[in-house]
Design a protein. Structure first.
Length: 300
């Protein structure tokens, strides 16, 4: 009897050891999967940054040209003002005084334009730096409408850098009542980039079909509704089949051909909206006609 009980005890101990070993193996496997998942997400982020390069260079080139041109013009104005100032008071005419006033007003306007375009360059650089942050999302007061407009243009220009024949009209209807809200500039910027990139891809695919009378357009809307903000990004591209819509936010799912998409863009977009910003994202589409992504986030 004792030997039987001892055998049973040994058998139970062996069983528990096997179960513990299996649990440890599963735990280690899950940890490895999560580590690889994080690495893939980071690589996807770097790929997004690389794709942005052309758009960023284009967007910075314009305000830099403004700064250079208005700086040069302002230097000329300063010279004209100095010529008037250096005249003896007795030699100054009413026309000189009027000219001096006009020159000073023009100089003030030029300096304002230089300042505005300098800030635009600064915002673009800050946005680029925000994309490279590795210390998690950081919510900060951000002009949402400005972010929507600038990142939509960045996404469009990055694609234009790859294909000069690609053109699309960008239409913005942005609610000025929104102002600044607390969002993660880096994560929300990537949301806009992903959605506009997808919209451009859908439009470009429809362009290749040579649809008669096709006028490619991406519409971006924002609206403050109570204590929430609603954002809609709409394109009139190829649309999404109904059986695919429910799978769009699954990691590694993509409808694009190999080499054109990782299947992570919309998964990261979903995570940024739902987890980081405590909001929701929905998609509706009519095949061959239109696709709309609607984002709703609380005003924090």
């Amino acid at each position: 009897m004792t030997s039987i009980m001892g055998a049973e005890t040994t058998s139970q101990s062996d069983s528990r050891s096997a179960d513990d070993a299996e649990r440890n193996n599963v735990l280690e496997l899950n940890q490895e999967i999560e580590a690889y998942r994080q690495k893939i997400f980071e690589l996807n982020k770097l790929a997004d940054i690389g794709q942005l390069s052309a758009g960023i260079l284009h967007e910075i080139k314009n305000p830099v040209s403004f700064v250079n041109n208005f700086s040069r013009l302002s230097q000329g104005l300063v010279g004209e003002i100095l010529e008037i100032i250096e005249k003896a008071d007795s030699d100054k005419t009413e026309d000189d005084i009027a000219d001096q006033k006009d020159l000073l007003e023009t100089l003030s306007k030029n300096l304002l334009k230089i300042n505005e375009n300098g800030k635009r360059i600064e915002r673009i650089i800050q946005g680029m730096l925000a994309q490279t942050r590795s210390d998690g999302p950081f919510l900060e007061p951000t002009d949402l409408n400005q972010l929507l407009e600038e990142y939509t243009k960045l996404a469009y220009q990055s694609l234009r850098g790859e294909d000069k024949d690609f053109n699309v009209s960008l239409n913005f209807t942005l609610d000025p009542q929104i102002g600044e809200i607390n969002i993660s500039r880096g994560e929300f910027g990537r949301v806009i980039l992903n959605l506009v990139n997808n919209a451009c891809y859908a439009i470009n695919e429809k362009r290749k079909q040579e649809v008669a009378g096709f006028d490619p357009v991406i519409r971006v809307f924002s609206q403050k509704i109570g204590d929430q903000v609603e954002i809609r990004i709409i394109d009139n591209g190829i649309g999404i089949p109904p059986e695919i819509v429910s799978r769009l936010f699954q990691p590694f799912f993509t409808t694009k051909p190999p080499g054109k998409g990782t299947g992570l863009g919309l998964a990261l977009t979903y995570s940024a909206i739902v987890e980081t910003h405590k909001g929701k994202i929905e998609v509706t589409s009519t095949l061959g006609e239109i696709t709309e992504f609607k984002i709703t986030i609380p005003v924090l």
